[in-house]
Design a protein. Structure first.
Ligand code: SF4
Length: 452
């Protein structure tokens, strides 16, 4: 192996940049050792929310939520109602008769699927998505998917997963969806040797794959593919690299199929993207000079593009409520590349294995990491610390803004193209914009034009 260690110092880093300590295995206290664990009331969206970006990614898939009117309202209001295009998501409503056990929900579901597939011959993959109500009435969607597959395959593949809000957060919907795809992946000696895992905007995916290809890693594909018949065919010794930090069940399923995980920082910011590419390079024994040649221009552009946001954000104190599961990599980016001070970084759950390098990168930052949530206590801590910026879910943002805090909606970070060298400035600007908005509102108030 002759590629650079993913934790090694790099050229083109900004002047304040320091190398990341290797993950520690004992001895002194680390960021991971002082984690505050809480269980109590949570404020998060459910896994159905991820349908909003997944249905755009897999272009011939349909997501049929088996749920209540509440689930239907959530999806419609989050995704917007399409007037001119037929949406590729919908809800099979479980009504009072189903909940009372008076109707055969399976018969109803079969009827809805028949109607849907005969009306929409463009659908090649159908996901039956479980919800809180379908779990409450113990509707077995895996058996339903099997039964319906017998009727409709090979024209349509029918899979299932749960997007229920019981004990899950919204990005776990994507994790469950991708984990459901893993058993479907075909294995072949001619298959790809590297899978990039995580749903990314096509443009970002193309940029990352191009960088890998330029390093000579050209048998590479992404999960999910863009179409039902475009899911990767994998080599028996294939490896995988996660592009999103919330895919622990998918990673487990891939390891279960014999693939090897490549540990890395996640590709946020210049540093994360370079480390991510270097991790792939190290796994495939790519020459260090070639790695440097591929990474250096992108890293330099990223560092340069961050200068304005760094000026606006340096020294500002940030508090993360647990929501998207992106919190640790984003906190690392804000602290190490933009000079922000981390107060508390909450995560819905912590997978120490997948997060080992992110935790190592936060050592010495003085951050309090918390796992899980007891909302009232966390709000008290947040108010006492008086952060300059709070990153939180939609439900908390407006009340906190009304109290005078500046907030950032964490869900926007999942909807926006933020991975890779070229998007580093856009990612930084998502955190700088709330300050700009607040100062413009204050300015308008002074001028007697509130609300403009
Ligand atoms: S799945 Fe559960 S949390 Fe999500 S909208 Fe439906 S009822 Fe609400």
């Amino acid at each position: 192996m002759n590629a650079r260690s993913p934790l090694a110092p790099t050229a083109n880093a900004d002047p304040d940049w320091k190398p990341i300590a290797a993950p520690t295995s004992g001895g002194s206290e680390t960021a991971a050792d002082s984690i505050l664990r809480e269980r109590g009331q949570q404020s998060v969206f459910c896994g159905l929310t991820s349908i909003i970006w997944l249905h755009r990614k897999i272009q011939d898939a349909f997501f049929l939520v088996v749920g209540s009117r509440t689930c239907a309202h959530l999806i419609q209001s989050a995704a917007g109602v399409m007037i001119f295009a037929e949406p590729r998501f919908g809800t099979a409503i479980i009504d009072d008769r189903d909940l009372a056990g008076l109707a055969d929900a399976n018969t109803e579901l079969d009827r809805v699927v028949e109607e849907l597939l005969s009306r929409r011959p463009d659908i090649r993959m159908l996901f039956l998505v479980g919800s809180c109500p379908s779990e409450v009435i113990k509707l077995d969607l895996s058996r339903a998917a099997e039964r319906l597959s017998q009727r409709h395959s090979p024209a349509v593949r029918i899979l299932n997963y749960s997007g229920s809000g019981i004990e899950t957060t919204f990005t776990q919907g994507e994790d469950a969806c991708l984990a459901a795809l893993v058993p479907q992946l075909e294995v072949s000696e001619q298959g790809v040797e590297l899978i990039v895992v995580g749903s990314l905007p096509d443009m970002v995916e193309d940029q990352l794959v191009e960088s890998l290809t330029r390093m000579g890693i050209d048998r590479v594909a992404c999960l999910p593919g863009r179409r039902a018949n475009g899911m990767p065919v994998v080599h028996p010794n294939a490896r995988f690299l996660l592009a999103q930090p919330f895919l622990s069940d998918t990673a487990k399923a891939l390891v279960g199929r014999g693939l090897t995980h490549i540990p890395s920082l996640f590709p946020f910011g210049g540093e994360g993207t370079q480390a991510w590419l270097e991790s792939a390079a190290a796994a495939f024994n790519v020459d260090t000079t070639l790695v440097e040649n591929v990474c250096a221009p992108g890293r330099a552009r990223a560092t340069q593009s961050l200068s304005r946001a760094r000026e606006a954000l340096k020294g500002k104190r940030v508090f993360f409520f647990p929501d998207s599961q992106l919190e640790l990599p984003l906190a690392r980016f804000l602290h190490r590349e933009l000079g922000m001070q981390l107060l508390e970084v909450g995560v819905p759950y912590l997978h120490r294995g997948l997060m080992a390098q992110e935790l190592a990168a936060l050592e010495g930052s003085g951050v309090q990491i918390s796992e899980g949530q007891d909302l009232a206590k966390q709000l008290d801590r947040c108010r006492a610390m008086k952060p300059d910026l709070i990153v939180c879910g939609l439900g908390l943002a407006n009340p906190l803004e009304a109290e005078g805090f500046t907030t950032k909606w964490s869900i926007e970070l999942v909807f926006s193209p933020v991975h890779g060298f070229e998007q580093a400035a856009d990612l930084a600007n998502l955190f700088a914009r709330p300050f700009d908005r607040r100062s413009r509102i204050a300015h308008d108030w002074q001028k007697g034009r509130p609300g403009l």
